[in-house]
Design a protein around this ligand. Structure first.
Ligand code: GLN
Length: 480
């Protein structure tokens, strides 16, 4: 069986004839079959992946003709359009929908000779933190199958965690890449808003959504980012700033100025063991020559409410297109008029969590409440952005927990929406501010579960983020 270490190691193995792409794909297909009960995949493109592997194998003797992701086996979240394949956002509303074009990120990985092995389960329309809200059923955390994998990109996390693919793509609107990565013990990278084109990503909240990457190592995440980042004429919010060569700076040793918010570490919802582990890591970073300083942050209590007001508002607008006429499931029940058709189709098509958010979003945008909620939340977002800008004038990076707890048990929070929302305390900040963030698997809790350290960097400063993360991960391997 092929054991993945990194994409560069894969390249070496392929070029010296140790393995072929066909053997690799077969080995992943076997693992997907063995781990089927985890429910990470919605569809497995077995025949197609083998076909692609066969065609890549024709080029084995000419490594200079290989794309950057030659032979890399990738899974994609069910919110990314892959031409002629089903894409459904794990919703009944899109159960019969087939993508008619490639998302830019998908086109880019295909152009670099990646092999897409299937699409991955998630919370419906990427709304959730536990993967308990999917029309395809829940995904199990391979570390402990009684626990949630996190969400919304739970399938993407578990597919990498349980070695069913080498890397995967997810989307992160308020933590959906970093939180499941934390719960599953792998790396989750959310690039800055505008770093990766959103063209072909089914929208949840457009001013927050960003495609992210799950990987076992920082190097793989950096390489995939290098491929998928960059300007795109199909997404006007995508930045035209040049994409650096992330790999080349990855191994340069440096010391950094790092800030942390004491409010985050003192928060009553934070698990005490997570707190003490992070405090210990702060001391270690200082002893390694980094500057790590406490910086006050005024808005911690406002970030979850601001996030849920703004994202639900955007979602209520984005999801209005699924009305059974323009897009999406249409009811078979008899209807009296057009309004009735919309009502019956949407009531039957959307799940509970999505409906909750559409209603919340419609409410905060409605006349009479717009100023009190939506406009206020926009102002809070601006204050957060301004304070963030100030912090990054003096610091390279920011450090905080990824989540207040380790992966929880199924059902533990599913009846309490507010409690579930509060678990997003540390992840939504990066999306409100539009900055880059990563969760690195660094710790193990006494309950047996892994958890991560979250590092954030200013907009478009992924190079710094990845350089530090790579260094930190290597040092950790050295220590353990
Ligand atoms: N858990 C958050 C939410 O439910 C984040 C979701 C996401 O990033 N897509 O909104």
């Amino acid at each position: 069986m092929y054991t993945h270490r990194s994409i560069s190691d894969l390249r070496n193995k392929l070029s010296c004839g140790e393995v072929t792409c066909t053997e690799i794909v077969s080995s992943y297909l076997k693992q997907i079959e063995n781990k089927k009960h985890l429910n990470a995949f919605i569809e497995v493109y077995a025949a197609e992946a083998l076909e692609k592997a066969k065609s890549l194998d024709q080029k084995l003797k000419t490594p200079n003709s290989w794309g950057k992701l030659f032979g890399t086996v990738i899974g994609i979240k069910d919110v990314l359009c892959y031409k002629d394949h089903h894409v459904g956002a794990a919703s009944k509303v899109l159960e019969n929908y087939t993508a008619i074009y490639n998302a830019t990120a998908i086109q880019k990985i295909l152009d670099e000779d990646a092999i897409i092995i299937g699409n991955l389960n998630c919370d419906e329309f990427a709304m959730g933190s536990s993967n308990e809200h999917s029309s395809h059923g829940r995904v199990l955390n391979a570390w402990d199958e009684t626990r949630v994998p996190g969400g919304s990109s739970g399938g993407s996390a578990v597919a990498v965690q349980a070695n069913m693919c080498m890397v995967s793509l997810g989307s992160d609107t308020g933590g959906s890449v970093r939180q499941p990565a934390d719960f599953c013990g792998i790396i989750g990278l959310k690039p800055s808003y505008g770093r990766v084109s959103r063209y072909g990503l089914l929208a949840y909240a457009s001013s927050f959504d960003q495609i992210g990457i799950f990987a076992h190592g920082v190097e793989d995440a950096a390489l995939v980012l290098e491929v998928i980042a960059g300007a795109d004429e199909y997404d006007s919010t995508c930045s035209s700033s040049p994409v650096p060569n992330y790999i080349s700076s990855l191994n340069q040793k440096a010391t950094f100025k790092i800030a942390y918010f004491p409010e985050c570490l003192e928060h009553p919802s934070l698990d005490q063991e997570i707190k003490t582990n992070i405090e210990q890591r702060i001391r270690e970073l200082r002893s390694q020559g980094h500057t790590v300083e406490a910086v006050g942050f005024d808005y911690l209590d406002f970030i979850v409410p601001a996030y849920y007001i703004l994202t639900t508002a955007e979602a209520s607008s984005n999801l209005s297109r699924y009305d059974g006429v323009r897009f999406g499931y249409r009811t078979d029940a008899p209807v009296d008029n057009l309004q009735d058709l919309y009502k019956k189709s949407r009531s039957a098509g959307f799940g509970k969590e999505v409906k909750r958010r559409i209603m919340l979003g419609t409410f905060v945008l409605s006349t009479g409440y717009y100023d009190a909620y939506y406009a206020k939340a926009q102002q809070v977002r601006r204050l957060i952005a301004d304070q963030t800008k100030e912090i990054f004038k003096s610091y390279d990076l920011l450090l905080m927990p990824t989540t207040p707890s380790t992966a929880f048990k199924f059902g533990e929070k599913s009846n309490d929406a507010v409690e579930m929302f509060l678990g997003d305390l540390y992840t939504v900040y990066a999306n409100l501010a539009g900055i880059a963030a990563i969760s690195m698997p660094m710790f193990k809790h006494s309950n047996g579960m892994p958890f991560g350290l979250q590092i954030l960097a200013d907009k478009m400063k992924e190079s710094t983020l990845l350089q530090f993360s790579n260094q930190a991960m290597h040092q950790m391997k050295h220590v353990e």
